[in-house]
Design a protein around this ligand. Structure first.
Ligand SMILES: Nc1ncnc2c1ncn2[C@@H]1O[C@H](COP(=O)(O)OP(=O)(O)OP(=O)(O)O)[C@@H](O)[C@H]1O
Ligand SMILES: [Mg+2]
Length: 178
């Protein structure tokens, strides 16, 4: 699958839409899309991955973690809602949170969401709608919707200039033409 580097993908485009949608026919493709995204990420990026139970949030996150360079695979959480991963080389940190069982501000505080967001690592939230008020205004939101044919529609929405650039780089990396 085509997946360009950030440098070649970063040059400005005339139109810089803040959204794009793509369809993934398989878990493998969803993971590959995540991998492409993971290669483009900067430290401090915040990704919100939303969708019903079994939509593919963890599959996408696993690809993101692999593309980013995490030394351990991203998995579904068992008891821990916060999973921390590291990248070889620069020792950068990735936080992967599953907030399914979380409800509201108090839980967000007990999970130290603010501290996690302040650490400068990469942060991926599954079930981000659970802590909407605690999320930074600038972020990449990804909605995964299940289709009748078992495929998935992935809708990416960027908030903030940095994320709009990221999204455009992703569109190019996936060789998607509008
Ligand atoms: N196109 C697809 N993209 C992603 N996953 C798919 C696709 N088609 C089938 N699947 C399957 O759907 C399941 C998605 O599971 P996953 O754990 O990623 O969901 P989730 O959204 O993280 O669920 P949860 O809300 O329980 O955390 C996997 O078993 C995967 O193989
Ligand atoms: Mg999951």
């Amino acid at each position: 699958m085509e997946c360009d580097d950030h440098d070649s993908a970063a040059s400005a485009t005339l139109a810089r839409p803040r959204e794009f949608e793509t369809t993934s026919p398989s878990a493998r493709r969803t993971e590959a899309i995540g991998y492409c995204l993971g290669r483009l990420l900067r430290l401090g990026d915040v990704l919100c991955v939303s969708g019903d139970l079994g939509a593919g949030k963890t599959v996408l996150s696993r690809g993101i973690g692999a593309g980013w360079g995490a030394t351990t695979p991203l998995t579904s959480p068992t008891y821990n809602l916060v999973h921390e991963h590291e990248r070889a080389g620069d020792k950068a940190r990735l936080f992967h949170l599953d907030l399914y069982r979380v409800s509201g501000l108090q839980d967000a505080e007990s999970l130290s969401i603010d501290e996690i967001l302040d650490c400068g690592g990469l942060v991926i939230f599954e079930w981000p709608e659970r802590i909407l008020d605690s999320l930074p205004a600038e972020r990449l939101w990804i909605d995964i919707m299940m289709r009748a044919d078992d495929g998935r529609d992935l809708l990416f929405e960027a908030r903030g200039d940095g994320y709009i650039s990221l999204l455009n780089a992703l569109r190019r990396a996936l060789a998607i033409r509008r």
